[in-house]
Design a protein around this ligand. Structure first.
Ligand code: NAP
Length: 266
């Protein structure tokens, strides 16, 4: 039986860890050739090895998503090796936890460069390659529940994820106007167990998304604040990414896929 993204070529940024790794593995399981990019080269090689061990196809490229020239080189490498791009998962991101009064401008700008500039550059340089096949494509931008509601001590992060939400809808409209068959959607994960939390938890009250005492664990945080009572796993987000990447979601563009155990409902 053909996989759900059989024969498609996918690029997953930040694919060496957490949600990006799970998405790369899930897409490869369902038949995509996956190009994983990240700053973490050794971990990226592990992901490629894991995918190849299960019979999938994957490459790894070192890639800083904040650098426009790096995007040009990544797209050129994908075109040379695979000849097309069908799925772009703009996933690379960081989370810096700080009061707006304490956060340095350098940290605010570094976070914005990765979380927003990286998504902009991905669309800017990914869409032209997607268009060359004439088969359309699917862009999946990873926002957050922090792009839907405010959170004390995460104001800078919320600003970046809110930007990704409306940037995504605008790209969706631009592609729809162009009738290029490219869809663009955002994914809004809740509290998902990945290394990104190492830089967030333990720093104190983090607002309405999850009230957590200093040095709380993800389990303690989610037991209190998530209606389903548990943290999410990277695979929970990867399954949503897979659906948006596949033709099963062919009529979905400019949408927000919230995967948060009900956290933003109450
Ligand atoms: P993660 O495990 O830390 O993975 C992110 C990966 O992106 C890391 O390998 C990271 O490398 C890489 N990266 C950082 N800066 C980069 C750059 N300039 N260029 C290329 N790669 C870069 O975090 P994650 O939780 O899977 O996060 C993935 C996405 O989900 C992020 O956009 C995040 O904001 C979003 N998200 C996560 C959660 C959650 O609960 N985990 C919730 C909502 C949204 P380094 O280790 O070197 O930084």
């Amino acid at each position: 039986m053909a996989g759900r993204v059989q024969g498609k070529v996918a690029l997953v940024t930040g694919g060496s860890s957490g949600i990006g790794r799970a998405a790369a593995e899930r897409l490869a399981q369902e038949g995509a050739t996956v190009v994983i990019t990240d700053l973490q080269d050794a971990k990226g090689a592990d992901v490629v090895a894991a995918i190849q061990a299960m019979g999938g196809k994957a490459d790894y490229l070192h890639h800083d998503v904040t650098q426009e020239q790096a995007w040009i080189e990544v797209m050129a490498a994908i075109k040379a090796k695979h000849g097309r791009l069908d799925i772009l998962v703009n996933n690379a991101g960081i989370g810096i936890s700080a009061s707006v009064l304490d956060m340095s401008l350098a940290d605010f700008q570094r976070q914005t460069a990765i979380n927003v500039d990286g998504v902009f550059l991905g669309c800017k340089h990914g869409i032209p390659l997607m268009r060359t096949s004439g088969d359309g494509g699917s862009i999946i931008n990873i926002s957050s529940i922090a792009g839907l509601k405010g959170s004390a001590i995460l104001a800078g992060y919320c600003a970046t994820k809110g930007a990704v939400r409306l940037f995504t809808k605008s790209v969706a409209m631009e592609c729809a106007n162009a009738k290029d068959g490219i869809r663009c959607n955002s994914v809004h994960p809740g509290i998902i167990e990945t290394p990104i939390w190492d830089s967030i938890i333990g720093t104190g009250e983090i607002g309405d998304n999850a009230r957590a005492p200093r040095s709380a664990t993800l389990d303690a945080m989610t037991a209190d604040s998530v209606p389903l009572g548990v943290k999410g796993m990277p695979e929970d987000i990867a399954n949503g990414i897979l659906w948006l990447a596949s033709d099963e979601s062919r009529y979905v563009t400019g949408a927000e896929l919230v995967i948060d155990g009900g956290l933003t409902v109450k």
